[in-house]
Design a protein around this ligand. Structure first.
Ligand SMILES: [Zn+2]
Length: 230
């Protein structure tokens, strides 16, 4: 698969449904480059990097993690440069790193999640690492004529969700923040959904990028979120 261009300095490697791989993004500042999410495995990272190399783009200097779920973090051990996560994401990864040492836990993960089982078939090992850089509530990265504004938000999907906003290109990355909580039988917390939608509405963005969808216009996403509110 090829890297796709969204705006002048923002590219993305599309999501892949076969093993639930999320979209990975590449923010190309004049000085540094930032990837969004680490992908679900070392194979996923390798494919993404091949797509970057095909365009002669340097590998990311930094990779920001949107939230702790496996499909966004199990490639972290393979990324180039440094990884960034909020302190809650990092704490969860520290715990998962310990849990994964137990074969029984790996078997349980695979039996609960056919996508994970498929991605890690053929004896591929799961390697979980914590992040290199942690922040609490917000972090701003100056990438060279391009800024990444990273901030935590309340999300119905996970307790550790970040949004990443690139004001110069009017693009907002949301990870899976607008989805229901799959760890809790797909429960959609309406209050959290409403507060998140209000945050999105206030941000001056043209595109909204979700982890497992094609690029959306802001209005498309906001209209959809309002349609599922009760
Ligand atoms: Zn998720």
């Amino acid at each position: 698969m090829e890297l796709r261009q969204l705006t002048k300095h923002i590219f993305y490697y599309p999501h892949q449904t076969e093993t639930d791989r999320p979209m990975l993004a590449y923010i190309k500042g004049d000085k540094s480059s930032l990837a969004i999410d680490a992908g679900n495995s070392s194979d996923h990272v390798s494919e993404f990097y091949q797509a970057l190399e095909a365009k002669n783009y340097k590998l990311p200097d930094l990779t920001i993690i949107t939230h702790w779920h496996w499909d966004h973090t199990f490639g972290m051990h393979k990324v180039n440069g440094l990884t960034i996560a909020n302190n809650t994401t990092d704490q969860i990864l520290q715990m998962e790193k310990e849990k994964i040492k137990d074969e029984v836990y790996i078997k349980a993960l695979k039996s609960e999640n056919p996508f994970l089982a498929k991605e890690f078939s053929d004896g591929k090992t799961i390697n979980i690492v914590s992040s290199d850089i942690q922040f609490k509530n917000e972090l701003s990265l100056s990438l060279g004529n391009l800024t990444a504004k990273i901030f935590r938000i309340t999300s119905p999907h996970s307790l550790d969700s970040n949004l990443i906003y690139i004001p110069e290109e009017k693009v907002l990355f949301l990870g899976d923040a607008t989805s229901e909580d799959f760890e809790n039988d797909g429960y959609m917390d309406q209050d959290k959904l409403k507060s998140l939608t209000a945050v999105i509405e206030q941000i001056d963005c043209k595109f909204c990028m979700l982890g497992h969808a094609s690029p959306l216009q802001k209005d498309e996403l906001v209209d959809y979120l309002k349609s599922i509110m009760s």
